[in-house]
Design a protein around this ligand. Structure first.
Ligand code: SAM
Ligand code: SF4
Length: 336
């Protein structure tokens, strides 16, 4: 039982859900080639959950034992007044929330770093796939590397611990992943590599990008001594320690090593759909319920229904010549 004394959220496979990721917008100031097509249609604003609605839904989860909330997107820092939402959600600490965090592309981090810290955020993930300016522009289509690097410096200066997330891409950064580890550790950050996932149509064939992390890890092991860490965030990453550079390296391997058995999370989209799995379509519509009763009295039963619907896992594959879209939904919708 949790602080709210309501039953915890346990799915049909016995997994307890303690982690909610909230996509606060499907919009973004980048167009990463593996995440989005260049021309995207975004939700009309009326369809997007208000801060009040997000808070009501988040509270319903915290009452049922969720202790960690991550804001994501799209790009969470493009949502207007995002610090106000963080302040509201920060209020849930007295009801059992223990961590409030965020994943960002870092583009607007410099101006938000201090207010994130003031809102009680202590750790953030910053996505960065390359340290080369030209490559950075080609993968993000619209981004400037220097903005992200100054955002990361501002975050560290504001007292935020930063984890770098890097998608391993054969067409982009295969030859610089070791340098990225050295750079991240040199700056005092841990780094986690992620396999590209077949989500939503982009303008590329994912088979051109897909780089198995089993290969990446073997190559990194030629340069760094990587000792397995027992540390578990309850999440999909497996962590290793590089003593020489005094930093951690994580691997998120949805394709080469399925981690669904330990899944502890669900994802709320900007329009209030609760997805139980990144790689499946099962969802419940919480927006309709919170608009029907803004006090949130209808949510509890919907969360129970969600637990019944949570599938055992995803079945991602990426093969040359195949369609390579497991779900017709971009990562920016369900929020990475
Ligand atoms: N805009 C923010 C960012 O980029 O950090 C938050 C949302 S983004 C969808 C969250 C994470 O998902 C990022 O680290 C991004 O690199 C990753 N991502 C996006 N599309 C992906 C895909 N198809 N496969 C694997 N990771 C993906
Ligand atoms: Fe935007 Fe993040 Fe997707 Fe890149 S990965 S397009 S920054 S949502």
């Amino acid at each position: 039982m949790n602080m709210g004394q309501a039953p915890n959220l346990v799915d049909a496979f016995g997994r307890t859900i303690t982690y909610l990721r909230i996509s606060v917008t499907d919009r973004c100031d980048f167009r990463c080639t593996y995440c989005m097509a260049e021309n995207m249609t975004f939700l009309p604003r009326r369809d997007v959950l208000s801060f009040e609605e997000i808070e009501t839904i988040a509270r319903a989860f915290v009452k049922r034992g969720v202790t960690k909330i991550r804001l994501t997107g799209g790009e969470p820092l493009v949502r207007r007044d995002i610090a106000k939402l963080l302040d509201r959600l920060g209020g849930l600490r007295s009801e059992g929330l223990s961590e409030l965090t965020l994943t960002t592309n870092g583009n607007q981090l410099e101006k938000h770093a201090v207010s994130l810290h003031e809102a009680g955020v202590r750790r953030i993930n910053v996505s960065l796939d390359t340290l080369d300016e030209d490559r950075f522009r080609s993968v993000t289509r619209w981004g400037k590397l220097e903005n992200v690097l100054s955002g990361i410096r501002a975050a560290a200066a504001a007292g935020l611990s930063v984890k770098i997330n890097t998608v391993a891409l054969r067409s982009l950064n295969e030859d610089e992943l070791g340098d990225m580890v050295a750079w991240a550790h040199g700056e005092g950050h841990s780094i986690t590599f992620i396999e590209t996932m077949p989500m939503g149509q982009t303008d590329r064939d994912r088979a051109d990008d897909y780089l198995p992390l089993s290969v990446v890890k073997e190559r990194l092991a030629e340069r760094f001594t990587l000792s397995p860490l027992v540390k578990s965030t309850g999440g999909p990453a497996r962590y290793f320690r590089s003593e020489a550079t005094r930093g951690d390296v994580g691997f998120i391997t949805p394709l080469t090593y399925n981690f669904c058995a330990g899944c502890n999370r669900v994802r709320l989209t900007a329009k209030g759909e609760l997805f139980m799995c990144l790689g499946q379509g099962d969802h419940v519509d919480l927006r309709a319920l919170v608009r029907q009763d803004p006090a949130g009295s209808l949510l509890d039963a919907a969360l129970d229904e969600a637990m019944r619907l949570k599938p055992e896992g995803h079945d991602f594959t990426i093969e040359r010549g195949a369609k390579n879209v497991a779900v017709d939904r971009h990562m920016s919708v369900t929020g990475g």
